[in-house]
Write a protein that binds this ligand. Structure first.
Ligand SMILES: [Zn+2]
Length: 331
């Protein structure tokens, strides 16, 4: 019998999960919409249902080198569940310390206890681990992705928010108060006068996130015909000067902040993921240029790499944390 855990990526719009083996072979990723406005019990019910579904369906587990390590004919024993979730997470207790309205009522949720209760028969004492989704994303990239084989990596995710995770020696750094990596709430000179989602003015997320880029474009006098960030980017590609300025300023703000963090930590590499990192060269190039401009000599050549695993990164990273938490050797 083959042994595996289920990795779960729990976001505000969808929940994705897959079987993951010790070697990093991953099964088919299944996802369902997050009942984000129905409260924590509905969300936990949905996660537990998805985990059961993933286990019941099984499927071929494919290793990073493309070989199949488990097939539908090989029963899989599930010995743990790893969850990466939006919000500030106490990963020791498996609880949510704070979260945005994207998941209504999520702050205070006992995720580990709730899933242990719902999945007790399936897990037979195996661990449920809970961590921040960007930490999970970073863990996945450090394990099998863009930073595989490196001892340290700074992973920055730029999408609906701006977050980061630092992995040292294969382990995400959590911090004394579970906030390590919350780059979005760093003061940013580029965000001067712009209000952050946390209520304070001048934080990076207020200019660097995808939605913030759209708001910034409108604040510069951009047309409301551009209804979202994607539309602003398309206008920049088409040559509209104001849109190009908004995209460039937003990307540069992220790059400067990355340079600041990289200067303090000197990681082996920086990996940049999230929706904005996929937008295109008009975002990516000024972001990297801003990183390079700010760095002193020994740091100037630090690799700044796009995320290699895409959406499956957080599933893999969350699974890896669960694999590491198993104390009982599996026969
Ligand atoms: Zn903030």
């Amino acid at each position: 019998m083959s042994d595996a855990v289920v990795g779960v990526d729990l976001g505000g719009t969808k929940i994705a999960a897959a079987l993951v083996s010790e070697e990093g072979a991953v099964g088919p990723v299944r996802s369902v919409p997050t009942p984000s406005q129905e409260g924590p019990d509905a969300v936990l019910d949905t996660v537990a249902g998805l985990v059961r579904d993933v286990v019941a369906r099984g499927g071929v587990l494919t290793a990073p080198d493309g070989t199949a390590t488990a097939t539908p004919d090989t029963p899989v024993r599930v010995s743990g569940v790893g969850v990466g979730t939006a919000g500030v997470v106490d990963s020791t207790a498996g609880t949510i310390l704070s979260a945005t309205d994207a998941l209504r009522g999520w702050a205070g949720t006992e995720v580990r206890a709730g899933l242990v209760e719902r999945l007790a028969d399936l897990l037979a004492g195996g661990p449920v681990t809970v961590e921040n989704d960007v930490d999970a994303h970073a863990g996945g990239e450090a394990w099998l992705g863009a930073a595989a084989g490196l001892d340290s990596v700074l992973m920055v995710a730029v999408g609906t928010g701006v977050g980061a995770g630092l992995v040292l020696g294969g382990r995400p750094l959590r911090g004394a108060r579970h906030v390590a990596g919350e780059m979005g709430h760093m003061p940013s000179p580029d965000a001067d006068g712009l209000r952050c989602g946390c209520g304070r003015p001048g934080h990076l997320e207020a200019i660097g996130s995808g939605p913030a880029l759209h708001r910034y474009y409108l604040s510069l006098g951009g047309t409301p015909d551009a209804v979202d960030t994607r539309a602003v980017y398309a206008r920049a590609v088409a040559g509209e000067e104001l849109a190009l300025r908004a995209v460039t300023d937003s990307a540069r703000a992220v790059g400067r902040a990355v340079a600041g963090v990289a200067t303090v930590l000197d990681p082996a590499a920086v990996v940049v993921g999230g929706g904005m990192s996929q937008a295109g060269p008009l975002w990516w190039e000024p972001m990297v240029a801003a990183v390079r401009t700010e760095l002193i000599e020994p740091l100037t050549d630090i690799p700044v790499l796009p995320s290699a695993l895409g959406p499956v990164a957080a599933v893999l990273g969350a699974a890896r944390t669960a694999l590491a938490a198993r104390t009982v050797p599996v026969a």
